[in-house]
Ligand binder design. Structure first.
Ligand SMILES: [Zn+2]
Length: 70
């Protein structure tokens, strides 16, 4: 299992009620795939974005996605 580093981007998204919410999405530094936008900016939301990236990362490898601090 390889570690793939990801950038976590903070964005403002719109929720189902039309309100702006701080959100995050993860971007794979290896292939550029992006996760869905996940509402919230907590550790839980970041982890959800990283998990979600697993589905959109084209390589479909069983990688372990980690937030890059650099
Ligand atoms: Zn990737």
């Amino acid at each position: 299992m390889a570690v793939v580093w990801c950038d976590i981007h903070q964005i403002v998204s719109t929720n189902d009620d039309g309100y702006d919410v701080d959100s995050v999405y993860a971007e794979c530094k290896k292939c550029g795939a992006k996760s869905d936008e996940i509402w919230g900016t907590s550790e839980t939301s970041i982890n959800r974005a990283l998990m979600n990236l697993k589905e959109s990362c084209p390589k479909k490898e069983n990688n372990f996605y980690k937030e890059s601090k650099f």
